[in-house]
Design a protein around this ligand. Structure first.
Ligand SMILES: NC(=O)c1ccc[n+]([C@@H]2O[C@H](COP(=O)([O-])OP(=O)(O)OC[C@H]3O[C@@H](n4cnc5c(N)ncnc54)[C@H](OP(=O)(O)O)[C@@H]3O)[C@@H](O)[C@H]2O)c1
Length: 242
């Protein structure tokens, strides 16, 4: 596929369903991947599950550290450590998120804000922390995974749609601001993923029509490569066979 063996990646949301698939895909293409986690035990379990992909004591390919992406000082400290360890930071891919129901008619601002804090505040803090070393070297790839709900609101998911739309617009704005600095910023928009949770929630649906985590990972990886230098400010729906 593509050679990422000279690239250092910060991956948020790596402990999630799609995030762990994206992590394996990066490692499979030779990248070094640094993972900030809220719960170090979960991060250590994830690294242990990687086997040889995690590298060797001489060349650890995965760096896991406790750093809450929602805590700006913590995530900035984490990024400084990544740059100290590997001397570079080329890519940030953000897989933080989750689904949260909230009606539009309820006007439940607290629910909307909670999803904003989970999705937008975390990803903005993590990405801006990574931008500093990227701008210093004149190279960077930012890949934010949002949802097709960013394009069109959905019944019972107002806060989710609002936050995803905000993240999409922020990513586009960032792309415009850094487009002459060797840095691209793009969004990937899944609709529904084939995973155990969605199968349980929709037992009558045909999961073969849903995108797989591997299909999302392939798009995230491509947008992380040198070869994707011509694409910025885009939002790529990955809706598979729906
Ligand atoms: N699954 C789908 O059908 C689907 C469809 C469309 C879009 N998406 C989007 O794709 C992305 C990944 O989805 P997924 O299915 O992999 O989700 P997931 O399995 O629920 O994983 C979510 C990840 O986000 C992290 N996270 C959640 N809240 C956080 C917070 N406040 N601060 C820091 N980290 C936080 C979790 O870390 P912890 O280990 O610390 O909890 C975990 O690593 C999400 O943005 C989701 O909205 C998913």
């Amino acid at each position: 596929m593509f050679d990422l063996s000279k690239r250092a990646v910060v991956l948020t949301g790596a402990t999630g369903n799609i995030g762990s698939t994206v992590l394996r895909a990066y490692l499979g293409q030779g990248a070094h991947v640094a993972i900030p986690v809220r719960d170090l035990a979960r991060g250590d379990a994830l690294r242990a599950s990687l086997g040889d992909l995690a590298g060797t004591p001489d060349d650890p390919r995965v760096l896991v550290q406790a750093a809450d992406p929602g805590d700006r000082a913590a995530i900035e400290g984490f990024v400084e450590q990544v740059v100290r360890a590997w001397g570079r930071l080329d890519v940030v891919a953000n897989l933080i998120g989750g689904y949260a129901a909230s009606d539009a008619a309820s006007g439940d601002l607290a629910a909307y804000r909670a999803y904003w804090d989970q999705k937008v505040a975390t990803i903005v803090a993590a990405t801006t922390a990574c931008l500093r070393p990227m701008r210093a070297r004149g190279y960077g790839r930012v890949v934010n995974v949002a949802s097709t709900a960013a394009l069109k609101g959905e019944k019972g998911a107002a806060g989710y749609a609002m936050a995803n739309a905000a993240l999409l617009r922020w990513t586009e704005s960032l792309a415009e601001e850094v487009k002459r600095e060797g840095i691209t910023a793009n969004s990937v928009l899944p609709r529904i993923i084939d995973n155990a949770e969605n199968r349980a929630a929709m037992p009558k649906a045909d999961p073969s029509r849903w995108a797989t985590a591997a299909e999302i990972a392939a798009v995230v990886l491509f947008l992380s490569t040198d070869e994707a230098s011509g694409i910025t400010g885009s939002a790529i729906p990955v809706t598979a066979r729906t």
